[in-house]
Design a protein around this ligand. Sequence first.
Ligand SMILES: C[S@@+](CC[C@H](N)C(=O)[O-])C[C@H]1O[C@@H](n2cnc3c(N)ncnc32)[C@H](O)[C@@H]1O
Length: 247
Amino acid sequence: MWRWWYQRLAKAKAWGEFGFMNYGFIDNNPPKLEPDDESDRLFIQLYHMNIRDIELEGKQVLEVGSGRGGGASWIARTYAPAQLTGLDYSAAAVKLCNRMYGLQENLNYVEGNAMKLPFDNESFDVLYNVESSHCYSDMEAFIAEAYRVLKPGGFFAWTDFRDEKTMNSIRTMFDKTDFEILKDADITQEVIQALDEISEQKKSRIQKGTGKIIRRSFETFAGVKGTPIYEAFVKGDIGYYRCLLRK
Ligand SMILES: C[S@@+](CC[C@H](N)C(=O)[O-])C[C@H]1O[C@@H](n2cnc3c(N)ncnc32)[C@H](O)[C@@H]1O
């Protein structure tokens, strides 16, 4: 269902040229941004939080689940990786990214499946993944693929939401591969604060861009205040996590 939804969102006019589809993050140590990126600050901060302990300059980097591409574009512009490849299951999203960011030289977007990555073994120094893996039918296959395509010593930076039981099973999966877990943090409160801050802005964007019948679904998936996903974060039924791993 999530995957179907993101296919729709990738094409949605309500989001126009908007490059992000995540819940955002409030950061006590915020990154400096170019004036043009300020309107995307909370979404960029989720990316920044996820990769902030890793050196990216001159590296081969892969984002799995790059969505509308704004995160990959910001990272490629800001951290000078040799090449950053954004991969997404949605053909519509990849097409949009190539249209919006096709001129960035160290950046490319490809269509593909997280559970069967179209890359050779040991091709990347860094693989990161932002709010995408909750869509995958086989998380274990994705983790195995992440391990396979990373070079020895490569980093896997993962962030997403889960209920506690599923999160524990993911930790077991990380343990079962030879990944070393360097960081494991619960960032739910910082994500709720971001959702609070942008709820009204999201609502009015959705109101302008969507018909009445579909509006509530858009609001739900966008996590605006009062929707089940927002309430689940607040009640603690779902948490938002970040793990940094090394091969
Ligand atoms: C919530 S969006 C997040 C997009 C982006 N990371 C961001 O933060 O803006 C989740 C993305 O994961 C992608 N996705 C879902 N299942 C996938 C799969 N099996 N392989 C690759 N991408 C997938 C969706 O198409 C969607 O673009």
